[in-house]
Design a protein around this ligand. Structure first.
Ligand code: G1P
Length: 290
């Protein structure tokens, strides 16, 4: 089967970024001049998928407005002759076929994905988390889709993390079966570092078979009292193979303040040639003073 649809859970409360996330969705925080969620949507589009469902929640209307058309702004830019900006603003509304559903209460990632069941139907689908930004010339999701054509099974994007960080992630018990590809034996959400089966962490990109929905329907709350996608995947593993892909690319935890700052600096330097020279000079000047 082919993967055609992507789900982007964006209902989280953004606790790590309070107070700004009190009224601004964390997915709308900018990396220079584009909100984080646009990079995620661009990854989906660059990977060849055409249908996106964003699972939103209360206070997330700015996301829908962002991907909508903006007649007043477009008229203003036309009148002022700002054609470059007009093109950027118009293209946003035409990027892809965007759908929205609201998760009524924040009950965890597993529950957010469960909200996508009617949109997805009986097909394998992709899930991309907005806290994980992955940059590579071949998008992470595209790398996963290439593996999917071979294995036709659930795939998790993975990367090794330092031992002290394993309690922040879903962690695999897995064996390497070919370069970069792991066969998953088991998985556990946010284990104690002492009890973790490995340092292989799930990095916010999944391709999942639709049988996950039957399991999510009765997955009880797990780590942190939330319905965990990892717990449902663990059950899925009882009946189907699951693979881990050690993808190529630089990953940023943009849900964390330090990760966000690192991404901001890297993106300013690599995606904005107009800023590069002056910004590099400024960075050298301030680091010299430290
Ligand atoms: C979620 C998942 C976890 C995964 C992580 C990646 O955790 O539950 O398995 O490793 O995303 O960022 P969260 O960061 O939402 O607590």
């Amino acid at each position: 089967m082919e993967v055609r649809k992507a789900v982007i859970p964006a209902a989280g409360l953004g606790i790590r970024f309070l107070p700004v996330t009190k009224s601004l969705p964390k997915e709308m925080l900018p990396l220079v001049d584009k909100p984080i969620i646009q990079y995620i949507v661009e990854e989906v589009v660059a990977s060849g998928l055409e249908n996106i469902l964003i699972v939103t929640g209360r206070g997330k209307r700015a996301i829908e407005d962002y991907f909508d058309q903006s007649p007043d702004l477009e008229r203003h830019l036309t009148q002022k002759g700002k054609h470059d900006l007009l093109k950027i603003v118009r293209e946003l509304g035409e990027l892809v076929d965007m759908h929205y559903i609201r998760q009524k209460e924040p009950r965890g990632l597993g529950h957010a994905v469960f909200c996508a069941r009617k949109f997805v139907g009986e097909e394998p689908f992709a899930v991309l988390l907005g806290d994980d930004l992955i940059y590579h010339k071949s998008p992470c999701l595209k790398q996963m889709l290439t593996l999917f054509t071979q294995v036709q099974a659930t795939i998790l994007a993975v990367q090794e993390v330092p031992p002290q960080d394993v309690n922040k992630y879903g962690i695999l018990d897995a064996q390497l079966i070919q370069p970069g590809v792991y066969q998953v034996n088991d998985l556990v959400e946010k284990p104690d570092p002492a009890a973790a089966p490995s340092r292989l962490a799930i990095m916010g990109r999944y391709i999942i078979t639709p049988q996950i929905f039957e399991l999510l329907a009765h997955t009880p709350p797990g780590a942190g009292g939330e319905i965990q996608l990892t717990d449902a995947l663990r059950e899925l593993k009882q009946t189907q193979p699951i693979y881990g892909l050690a993808f190529e690319g630089q990953r940023y935890d943009v849900g964390d303040k330090l990760g966000y700052l690192k991404a901001t600096i890297d993106f300013a330097l690599t995606h904005h040639p107009d800023l590069k020279e002056e910004f590099t000079a400024y960075l050298s000047q301030i680091t010299a003073k430290l």
